[in-house]
Design a protein around this ligand. Structure first.
Ligand code: NDP
Length: 240
């Protein structure tokens, strides 16, 4: 029987590539999004992937959402915590709202989502929980204390949970991408891109497929001995 995968933020960018890659591996995929229904519906009709809308920063919405997905596709075998945002500001100018929004969306959401799938994974004695962190959670980035803290928090979450779930054949891992070629950089100036790429030893941005391949590997049966790990994909920009 095919496995059921849930990818938060799975309708655009890195998440969309992960949803497609898991579908290609034979999974029934549920991709979630928060507000961009046009992009989500287009993604769904082009690729035949079910999409679901809820805010991952809201614990009750996560419970309802996971129930909807489970009712439609079955119990979740693979959870990919991918949804994330960033709100840049230097620390001395950062508002409490900017801090809270990023911590809730990028870190609290990972607990909110994971707690909804753990019981059924424990019953099946199988599970894969993969969270998308960032190079900035490993090295920190100026102007992003909120994002860096949330993405670093994910790594501690991953190591602790991996110890709790190992005996139940539930692996818990993180992927830490460097700068990836997504929409967010589409409007960046030539000078900004030149300076960004000059800091990446391989001399280019990463691709969404280079991230999704790591996720499909971690999600596979063959990766059962890998847990509590963080796999970096950053073109040599930082060695954790
Ligand atoms: P995008 O902005 O392209 O897509 C984000 C996705 O997450 C969208 O589907 C969006 O939904 C969804 N989303 C955002 N907020 C919420 C929310 N509150 N509730 C539910 N869904 C939400 O992101 P990227 O592809 O660039 O990034 C994906 C992940 O990878 C993020 O965690 C990011 O931090 C991380 N990352 C990205 C890097 C990069 O270079 N792009 C580098 C390192 C890490 P909607 O379409 O409705 O807005």
């Amino acid at each position: 029987m095919s496995k059921v995968a849930l990818v938060t933020g799975g309708t655009r960018g890195i998440g969309a590539a992960i949803s497609l890659a898991l579908k290609k591996e034979g999974c029934s995929v549920a991709a979630t999004y928060s507000s961009n229904s046009d992009a989500a519906n287009k993604f769904s009709s082009e690729n035949g992937i079910e999409v679901f809308q809820w805010n991952v920063a809201d614990a009750a919405a996560c419970e309802n959402g996971v129930k909807q997905v489970t009712d439609k596709l079955g119990g979740i075998d693979i959870l990919v915590n991918n949804a994330g945002i960033s709100k840049a500001s230097m620390a001395h100018k950062m508002s409490v709202e900017q801090w809270d929004e990023v911590i809730k969306t990028d870190l609290d959401s990972v607990f909110y989502m994971t707690r909804c799938v753990l019981e059924s994974m424990r019953e099946k004695s199988f599970g894969r929980i993969i969270s998308i962190s960032s190079i900035n959670g490993q090295k920190g980035e100026m102007g992003l204390i909120n994002y860096s803290a949330a993405k670093a928090g994910l790594l501690g979450f991953t190591k602790a949970l991996a110890q709790e779930t190992a005996r139940k054949n539930i692996t818990v891992n993180a992927v830490a991408p460097g700068y990836i070629d997504t929409e967010i950089l589409a409007d960046a100036s030539e000078d900004f891109m030149k300076s960004l790429i000059s800091k990446i030893p391989v001399g280019r941005l990463g691709t969404v497929d280079e991230v999704s391949r790591i996720v499909t590997f971690l999600a596979s049966d063959e990766a059962g001995f890998i847990t509590g790990s963080t796999i970096s994909a950053n073109g040599g920009q930082y060695f954790a």
